[in-house]
Design a protein around this ligand. Structure first.
Ligand SMILES: [Zn+2]
Ligand SMILES: [Zn+2]
Length: 635
């Protein structure tokens, strides 16, 4: 008999030789249908796996990462099988599951065409219909090598040669197709439901440009057709909303060959950026923050003291000044510690909330760069809060309120995760208990539901992460509240308590936007470039029909500008229909058309980006309407 302990803590005895699938069946028929793999003592296994000793078991469905990977990895085997059936001379490389799907790399004489992909997808569908079972078996390294060499698969043979001499190597056989693979997999091809091949592109063997260029086919797979369709729709939407494309079209920002990962902001992008920063400043001022600015370049001693020189050196740009080493800051924290240390603090001064919109530079690999989402320099909307242990809960509530206000303004929903003490950590048990319960109590007091990531905190403290959800259902991690027991120690920060003794303050790092550059990218994609009126770089476009309307148009422009409304006037010799279409393309919230009737009646014909023609209005009425929208940050 073996004892199996399930995720919920319940445990039960089973006969030796029972499989994971049978355990699922013993629990419920619904679970048995949905289960794709099982995590046995932390390792994902096939459903046919027979636990040999007492263990913990987590049954994985498509909702679990391990279940999704097994599902899509099986789809990649089906892809390889289909390609082999249609193109027997193709050589197989590797085919992993990835986020959102899977791929397989093939060595082939000619590139796959869209027609080929359609044929391959059809063949995959018939393999799924054949419902072929996947059988796992192992060979010794020598046998495995001989097997792949006989099959004429040099890439597989190369992979096997790199494994340790006495390793048992596992294979999965499905009918006429066998692949070298560690697994796990679904029990049969019929378990797959909705598949789609997305594209074929070139990819070097092992990602190294000195190696041969292979053909990579990307695909995705879901248990329901509706889920696949939803994903395809989202991909289509995401493409339309790509901030790199919109950033150029709307003339907001750009990245040039001269500065890979170092973005440029154009005048309209700067309007957007400054609005976000102004909003940040006013909200933080209201919430009792002070603003500081620490230098971009500081000497090596500081980075040694903070631990960055030892642990983060690869990501830091350095310079030499007067024959001494300096680093360009990758984080604002060490500078923030020096600011705190300048003075003696009493418990009466705490909490101290010191904010900084700090430009940081980090070396990222060129292959990882992506528009404004992943850059080499960005502005963190940082703040460090120094407090007494008793203040943790209230301070954290304050930060949660601030983050909640910000995200609501942009129409983001969000989810919260709490990460707790990892195996390797510094700080006393007492301090971890105090700080983790401080974060929990704050979340509970706000009535926020959250997921706990056990052991996922940093070595120096627990943290809360905010994952916001955009208008097409993608999630982005932005805000964090991170407790830190390390830096106050390293910098020997103190305050004088009521007892007259020196104490160590508790410190948190927190960001709301995260990175302003990345937040602008997220906003651009979230709104598809159609920013709400208060954020639009151009709020109103005035469109006179012919030149005799120009004088009055200039007059209207002046009236709007006096009220700080951002306005452009289109005096090009173009047809009015063309001017309107173009303003619409630029996603301008309001267009004011001016012809004979408007000039005579001293009015404007208002077109809104959202609702089209909304009729004629006096200029003061229009001004009141738009100012109200700006003030309330209407969406
Ligand atoms: Zn596999
Ligand atoms: Zn910090």
């Amino acid at each position: 008999m073996i004892r199996i302990t399930l995720k919920d803590g319940s445990s039960k005895e089973y006969n030796d030789g029972i499989t994971i699938r049978e355990i699922a069946e013993s629990i419920s028929a619904g679970l048995a249908r949905a289960v794709l793999a099982g995590e046995v003592d932390g390792r994902v296994k096939d459903l046919s796996f027979q636990p040999e000793k007492d263990c913990t078991l987590k049954l994985l469905t498509f909702d679990d990462e391990g279940g999704r990977l097994a599902y899509r990895h099986t789809a990649s085997h089906v892809l390889a099988q289909a390609v082999k059936r249609l193109f027997p001379n193709v050589r197989l490389a590797i085919g992993p599951a990835i986020d959102n799907g899977f791929y397989y790399d093939f060595d082939t004489e000619k590139n796959f065409t869209p027609d080929d992909l359609t044929k391959i997808e059809k063949e995959m569908e018939s393999i799924i219909k054949e419902d072929i079972s996947l059988e796992r078996y192992t060979l010794s390294r020598d046998e495995a090598l001989r097997f792949m060499e006989e099959k004429g698969e040099p890439y597989k043979a190369e992979l096997i040669r790199e494994l340790p001499e006495n390793e048992e190597i596992s294979f999965y056989k499905q009918g006429d197709f066998t692949d070298l693979c560690a697994g796990p997999h679904l029990p049969s091809t019929g378990k797959l439901k909705a598949i789609r091949l997305m594209s074929a592109t070139g990819a070097y063997w092992r990602g190294n440009e000195k190696n041969k260029m292979l053909q990579r086919i990307y695909g995705t797979a879901y248990p329901k057709k509706s889920q696949l369709e939803e994903y395809l729709f989202r991909m289509e939407e995401a493409k339309k909303r790509d901030h790199r494309k919109l950033g150029k079209e709307l003339d907001l920002f750009d990245i040039m060959d001269e500065g890979p990962g170092f973005p440029f902001f154009m005048p309209k992008g700067m309007v957007l950026r400054n609005l976000l920063e102004d909003y940040w400043r006013s909200e933080h001022k209201k919430a009792g923050y002070q603003e500081i600015k620490t230098p971009m370049i500081l000497n090596k001693d500081l980075w040694v003291r903070s631990g960055h020189w030892e642990n983060y050196r690869e990501n830091m740009y350095t310079v030499e000044i007067d024959e001494q080493d300096f680093a360009i800051k990758p984080m604002n924290c060490p500078g923030g510690m020096l600011v705190y240390k300048r003075k003696l603090h009493s418990y009466r001064d705490l909490p101290i909330r010191a904010g900084e919109l700090g430009l940081v530079h980090r070396h990222e690999l060129s292959g990882a760069l992506h528009g404004l989402m992943r850059v080499r320099c960005f502005t963190q909307d940082d703040a460090h809060i120094f407090m007494t242990p008793e203040q943790i809960k209230d301070e954290v509530i304050g930060v949660i309120n601030l983050i909640d206000d910000f995200y609501k303004v942009f129409g983001f929903k969000y989810k919260v995760e709490l990460s707790t003490r990892p195996e390797k950590s510094i700080g006393s048990d007492e301090m971890w208990e105090l700080s983790t319960s401080g974060l929990k109590e704050a979340l509970d007091a706000k009535g926020i539901s959250y997921k706990i990531n056990e052991g996922d905190g940093a070595f120096y403290g627990p943290k809360i992460d905010f994952h916001l959800e955009d208008s097409i259902g993608r999630t982005w991690q932005c805000g964090t509240i991170q407790l830190d027991m390390n830096l106050p120690e390293r910098f020997d920060l103190t305050y004088v308590g009521a007892d007259g003794e020196k104490h160590r303050p508790v410190m948190i790092h927190r960001v709301v936007f995260g990175s302003i550059e990345r937040f602008i990218a997220i906003l651009t994609e979230h709104f598809a470039g159609a920013f709400p009126v208060w954020l639009s770089p151009v709020q109103v476009k005035i469109l006179p029909i012919v030149d005799k309307h120009y004088d009055y148009a200039y007059e209207v422009k002046k009236l709007l500008e006096q009220k700080d409304i951002r306005v452009e006037l289109d005096t090009r010799n173009e047809k009015i229909g063309y001017k309107i279409r173009e303003a619409q393309m630029e996603k301008t919230p309001y267009m004011l058309v001016i012809g004979d009737k408007e000039t005579e009646g001293r009015a404007v014909a208002v077109r809104s980006r959202k609702d089209g023609d909304i009729g004629a209005m006096s200029v003061p009425d229009f001004i009141n309407k738009i100012i109200e929208e700006i003030k309330t940050k209407a969406k």
